[in-house]
Design a protein around this ligand. Structure first.
Ligand SMILES: [Zn+2]
Length: 371
């Protein structure tokens, strides 16, 4: 075959293929239009899902719970140094702040829709830690001062206070110790419930014991009832708090690493689903108003269990410092887009059953949820 006849042959074939495609397309159109009726009558309708989520609004309707600003609680680290404003290197964008820095920092966030914060005290003054964690309920300490300041400055802001001793004890454990170094459960419950009372008295809307001593929810609830402030104080229990390696950046922030041993004898073992279910049921029975699961993304089954056991209670989940730092690190490494993963991880937490999320992404969400 000569070159000119080869070109003419190829041109002819291309033209006939185009004609063929056109006629197939027109056949497909006429086939679709004539076949639609028979599909709708005898076809498998249950296989047709795309129509349910082709539009962005329809996609949002597929979630049982939509993330809203009012679901978010923002953790704040309150330093006992009034002018402190120190970036926490392992916790991107997060600072320890003293009292003088709090209101200016929070003002624009409240204006953008911040509804709730949870306070963690960070005592830095030399020699302020002792075996009883005396500084935890020091009336002039960082948490009580911050509760009073925030109540006065932001009347609509819901203020939760984390209740524990580990930031304030010289040994860094979450209670009072026996001679053998184990927790003295009875004394720890007494002390923890006194600290919770001090925060509630100062005006905290919510006290949230994170210590994991057995019986502390009951001890706090009884004292709240006896002092006549149970009706205005929400008791949020860290019911299922797992031990593990996701708290590292938080301990940098709060200065709460134990000076010896670890917390595995009172925080739950990562595989302990049954224990978590028992702890959740126990804390509900002891008077918890909200059940919390912590960490969140690695424990979605436990969040789901909490919603199952506590059907009539709100479930909170704490996306902890290690989860937040991992998302930042992976986004920085180009694994995914930060905002997309912040949403995906939080929506996963809501899907599992939570309706409250304690999140370091709260300031970003206040902007992102605006659009
Ligand atoms: Zn603690």
């Amino acid at each position: 075959m000569s070159f000119s006849s080869l070109v003419s042959d190829l041109t002819h074939r291309a033209a006939s293929e185009r004609d063929d495609m056109r006629s197939q397309a027109s056949k497909a159109r006429s086939y679709t239009s004539t076949a639609a009726t028979s599909v709708s009558i005898s076809g498998d309708i249950s296989s047709q899902l795309h129509g349910g989520y082709s539009h962005p609004l329809a996609r949002s309707w597929q979630a049982e719970r939509q993330l809203t600003k009012s679901m978010l609680i923002y953790p704040l680290f309150i330093s006992d140094q009034p002018d402190d404003e120190t970036l926490i290197p392992s916790l991107p964008n997060m600072h320890r702040r003293g009292l003088n820095k709090l209101v200016p920092y929070l003002k624009p966030l409240v204006a953008r829709g911040l509804r709730s914060v949870i306070l963690f005290g960070v005592p830095l003054a030399p020699n302020c830690k002792d075996a009883l964690g005396t500084a935890a309920d020091d009336p002039s300490g960082p948490v009580i001062s911050a509760i009073r300041l925030l109540r006065k400055s932001f009347p609509t802001l819901f203020i939760a206070a984390d209740v524990c001793l580990c930031e304030y004890t010289s040994h860094g454990h979450c209670g009072i110790l026996r001679d053998d170094g184990a927790l003295n459960n009875a004394l720890s419950c007494e002390r923890i419930s006194d600290v919770a009372m001090a925060y509630a008295d100062a005006g905290a809307h919510c006290v949230a014991p994170s210590d994991m001593n057995d019986g502390r929810v009951r001890a706090i609830k009884l004292k709240l009832i006896e002092s006549g402030i149970a009706h205005r104080t929400l008791l949020m229990s860290y019911a299922a708090k797992f031990s593990g390696c996701l708290y590292g950046p938080f301990r940098d922030a709060a200065g709460s690493s134990p000076s010896f041993g670890d917390r595995r004898c009172y925080q739950l073992p990562p595989g302990g689903r049954g224990l978590a279910r028992r702890a959740i049921a126990r804390d509900i029975a002891e008077g918890a108003d909200v059940i919390m699961v912590k960490p969140a993304s690695q424990y979605l089954d436990i969040i789901s269990d909490a919603k199952d056991i506590g059907k009539d209670l709100p479930v909170a989940a704490y996306q902890v410092s290690g989860e937040y730092a991992m998302i930042h690190a992976a986004a920085k490494a180009g694994v995914f887009d930060l905002k997309t993963m912040a949403f995906e991880s939080t929506e996963g937490i809501l899907r599992a059953g939570a309706s409250i999320v304690i999140s370091y992404f709260t300031p970003e969400f206040l902007d992102w949820l605006e659009n």
